[in-house]
Design a protein around this ligand. Structure first.
Ligand code: OFO
Length: 169
């Protein structure tokens, strides 16, 4: 059984993961209509991953005697300045999500809920990967500069990142 405090905080995390999914979806749509097809493919796939992060929390809360609540989710931005802007926002967003997961782990420690703390370890590790991936992509984009023609090379690189990700999952 989880405490009300842990349940509420897990429900808050559901909202954040749901927002992550919507944010990636919105970015995917912008990339698709802007002609960045590989970027769009990467972002659509990531929107699905975020939905799975959210669903994993639903099962956990309900299995532990709580009640997972479907949250109201605020509208994400729909316009972006560039592909660089998209990944810069992603990096900032993932750093914020990591902070939220860490706070949540802190709440579990305070409540002496070591089962939930253990469950959350998966999210702690996932956030290391998410931040690294966004940081690596940003580094690539910084090297390429603003040159639109070079974004073609970036898109090709992204295709291989997608393939590598699929192989490791
Ligand atoms: Fe759910 O990891 Fe990104 O936000």
């Amino acid at each position: 059984m989880i405490s009300k405090k842990v349940e509420d905080r897990l429900n808050k995390q559901i909202e954040l993961e749901g927002y992550s999914s919507q944010l990636y979806l919105s970015m995917a749509s912008w990339a698709e209509k802007s002609g960045y097809n590989s970027t769009a493919k990467f972002l659509y796939a990531h929107a699905e991953e975020e939905r799975l992060h959210m669903l994993k929390l639903f099962s956990y809360i309900n299995d532990r005697g709580g009640h997972a609540i479907v949250p109201e989710i605020k509208m994400p931005p729909s316009e972006f300045d560039s592909v660089y802007d998209v990944f810069k926002q992603i990096y900032g967003h993932e750093v914020m999500i990591s902070g939220s997961i860490n706070d949540l782990v802190g709440v579990c420690v305070d409540e002496r809920d070591f089962t939930t703390q253990n469950f959350l370890q998966w999210y702690v590790n996932e956030q290391i990967e998410e931040e690294n991936l966004a940081r690596n992509i940003l580094d690539k984009l910084e090297l390429l500069g603003d040159d639109k023609a070079r974004l073609f090379l970036f898109e090709r690189d992204l295709d291989s990142i997608i393939m590598q990700n699929n192989q490791t999952e």
